[in-house]
Design a protein around this ligand. Structure first.
Ligand code: SF4
Length: 297
């Protein structure tokens, strides 16, 4: 249960931002509508209304999150990159935040995961591998819990050496999610991750200006045998959001670009499973999380 002294970070404020009247989801622009029709005709799975769509199967780490039982363990705000699309607060702060609650020690994160009965955890940042000991500390404490929690690590791959990935595996990490847009489409860290974590995924914002690179990446991933690609709409954070929505809203053309790439993956890949986790999906997950939190308070 949330305690009065808990310090809420962006994650919890995201849910609090939904307390106002609910905005209508964006009506599908004509081009988006055409893409949705083509995806439906091609056999895409999931929900058209919530824009939660996937081509073959859902990444295992997404299941708990979609049920509203996932969370984010934020290891640091510091990073090795300065992506224009980064939604972390600036100036960057080096802090550990578990499920919206600032903690002093990495090991305390497990107590919070247990307190809220969470099922899956994404270790993120910033770049979490700037502080391997924190990540290892979190993993070891999670693995002491009586229940098995699904744990994925988000990284841009810059510090994902083979030796560190092995240590993470040993400590109980389930899978790695590499942001290839953040690292300039460098496949090397993903290849290293796939050797140890066969369920590794690539998770990227669909930047409309990078469509050619993104389509090439889809084909490369399929050739490589990477199992999962997770696509997000490019969004604007802060004041640019629409009323009653999350702390972010998709930028113009973001949905069309994401649907276009999903359709490309549907038609042109043989093994890769592409999943579109949209801003509407995130809103729906956050509303469920908020309702759960309301019940817990
Ligand atoms: S790699 Fe991730 S955390 Fe780092 S700047 Fe880019 S988006 Fe932000």
């Amino acid at each position: 249960m949330l305690k009065a002294k808990d310090d809420l970070s962006w994650y919890a404020r995201k849910a609090d931002g939904l307390r106002g009247p609910c905005a209508e989801g964006p009506g599908a622009a004509p081009r988006a509508r055409g893409l949705l029709d083509a995806l439906k005709a091609g056999g895409v799975k999931g929900s058209i209304d919530e824009r939660t769509l996937y081509t073959r199967r859902l990444p295992p780490g997404c299941r708990g999150c979609l049920l509203g039982r996932g969370t984010n363990l934020y290891v640091t705000g510091l990073c090795t990159r300065e992506c224009f699309f980064c939604f972390n607060e600036k100036p960057r702060r080096d802090e550990i935040v578990a499920h919206g609650i600032r903690v002093e020690n990495p090991g305390d994160a497990a107590e919070i995961v247990e307190r809220y009965g969470l099922a899956s955890v994404g270790i993120s940042g910033g770049e979490p591998l700037l502080f391997p000991e924190r990540v290892l500390g979190i993993l070891r404490s999670l693995r002491k819990l009586p229940r098995r929690i699904r744990v994925d690590l988000y990284t841009n791959g810059d510090r994902a050496s083979e030796a560190l990935l092995s240590e993470l595996k040993e400590a109980g990490l389930d899978s790695v999610r590499v942001n290839l847009v953040a690292n300039g489409f460098d496949l090397a860290p993903l290849k290293r991750a796939l050797r140890l974590f066969p369920e590794s995924a690539v998770e990227v914002p669909v930047v409309p200006d990078l469509m050619e690179d993104l389509k090439r990446m889809v084909l490369d991933l399929d050739k490589l045998g990477a199992p999962f690609l997770i696509l997000h709409e490019l969004f604007a954070a802060g004041a640019a959001r629409r009323a009653g929505s999350l702390l972010w809203s998709p930028v113009q053309g973001a949905e069309e670009a994401a649907l276009d790439l999903l359709l490309f993956a549907l038609k042109r890949t043989r093994r890769l499973s592409a999943y579109y986790c949209s801003c509407l999906t995130q809103e729906s997950i956050s509303r469920r999380g908020l309702a759960r939190r309301g019940r817990a308070l």
